[in-house]
Design a protein around this ligand. Structure first.
Ligand SMILES: Cc1ncc(COP(=O)(O)O)c(C=O)c1O
Length: 401
């Protein structure tokens, strides 16, 4: 379409003509599609077998016009040929892994990932005879050494959760191309406003659209963007697994996407201001934000991203109970496990993992870590709120949950 990003978030993927001249894309609430006669069925099947992209529907598990509008818009935003919408981010990730890996294959996970992605690869792909090698963040120099003759996929995430590490995607894609390996990135924290992995040579881009793309904490969805041939393979599996987004969720996502550019630009600005404020605060030990010069991946983040997002992770100068005290004194954010919506949300992430301190320690996430996801509130208000919560920290009692 050759237009700017903000124009694309509003118009791309939707065409101009709508039933009744409606401005908005309708929610096509149907589970199946009727055919006029047998000839129409035969024409439809012929087109499908020829690999064409049939515009009429067949059955809701294979597609829906509201869903297709979202897919076409996100494909345009990411600069991919095609996108496929799923019922959640995890449905997108697990379907992708199942579609492109076979028994005896090997996957290299080149960065830390969302916890459930890690669990699926370790505990479930292994059941189907798929091997995996995990690299820690910052270990890209070891990536090529981890490639084996049966490596079929390099999977990564950027920025990561919760330490916001950013891997060099050009290097990942160069190594993968040298060995004929497919690459996939979970780009949920970045959004296409801040990072365009396909431009950097990555084959498949995944989002938990539950987060920034939807942006209003009111839906679950996931999306994968890539080339026609790769996504056709994935589409076949999605149609079998049945993990499609409902027309209502597709509509809510389409509506959320229209404001993606303005929301994320605001969240970028607020994230940067909160990170700078926290870095100077005496009750904060360390701030993890790729927009700060102190972040280990600042240089690569600056090179490959145009903004650093609204999530700031930081460690309180205190123990686990003192960190909980900060969370409990926050008055604006909700306390909960998500990010990317219009409402600020904060969490002491380790406490969602287990009540057992040993299990929390094994997760690698510090008890003192707060993941703070800015919404679109005024940055001044969020900062004043954080300040009063940090200043409310009582002396250490070494309490435990
Ligand atoms: C980076 C990342 N990827 C994937 C997911 C899973 O997405 P969903 O909750 O939509 O299944 C999450 C959820 O928190 C996430 O943070």
């Amino acid at each position: 379409m050759g237009k700017g990003f903000s124009t694309k978030v509003v118009h791309a993927g939707e065409g101009r003509s709508r039933p009744y001249g409606a401005v908005t894309m309708p929610i096509v609430q149907t589970s199946t599609y009727a055919f006029a006669d047998t000839q129409e069925i035969l024409d439809f099947v012929e087109e499908k077998e020829a690999g064409g992209r049939n515009l009429r529907g067949e059955y809701g598990r294979y597609g829906n016009p509201t869903q297709s509008a979202v897919e076409d818009k996100v494909a345009a935003l990411e600069g991919g040929e095609r996108a496929l919408l799923f019922s959640s981010g995890m449905a997108a990730i697990t379907s992708l892994l199942l579609a492109f890996l076979n028994r005896g294959d090997h996957v290299v996970v080149a960065s830390s990932t969302y916890r459930q992605t890690h669990t699926f690869i370790c505990d479930h792909l292994s059941r189907f005879g798929i091997e995996s090698t995990f690299l820690a963040d910052g270990e890209i120099d070891r990536l090529e050494d981890c490639v084996e003759p049966h490596t079929k996929l390099i999977f990564c995430e950027a920025p990561t959760n919760p330490y916001l590490r950013v891997i060099d995607l050009r290097r990942v894609s160069e190594i993968a191309k040298r060995h004929g390996i497919l690459t996939a990135i979970d780009s949920t924290f970045a959004t296409p406003v801040n990072l365009l992995p396909i431009e950097l040579g990555i084959d498949l881009v995944i989002h938990s659209a539950t987060k920034y793309l939807g942006g209003h904490n009111d839906l679950l969805a996931g999306i994968v963007v890539g080339s026609y041939p790769l996504l056709s393979q994935l589409e076949t599996l999605r149609g079998i697994l049945g993990c499609v987004a409902s027309p209502h969720d597709a509509y809510a996502l389409l509506r959320g996407l229209k404001t993606l550019a303005v929301r994320v630009q605001k969240q970028n600005e607020t994230g940067q201001r909160i990170a700078a404020f926290l870095e100077a605060h005496p009750r904060v030990r360390i701030v993890h934000y790729p927009g700060l010069a102190s972040h280990p991946d600042h240089a690569i983040a600056k090179r490959q991203m145009t903004g650093f997002g609204g999530v700031v992770s930081f460690e309180v100068d205190g123990d686990q109970a003192q960190t909980s005290c900060v969370i409990d004194h926050l008055q604006i954010p909700f306390i909960g496990p998500t990010l990317g919506g219009v409402e600020a949300i904060a969490q002491q992430q380790a406490l969602f993992i287990s009540r057992d301190p040993a299990k929390r320690a094994a997760s690698g996430i510090s008890d003192r870590l707060i993941r703070y996801a800015a919404g679109i509130e005024d940055a001044e208000d969020l900062i004043a709120d954080l300040d009063q919560a940090l200043n409310a920290i009582p002396p250490s009692q070494e309490a435990s949950v």
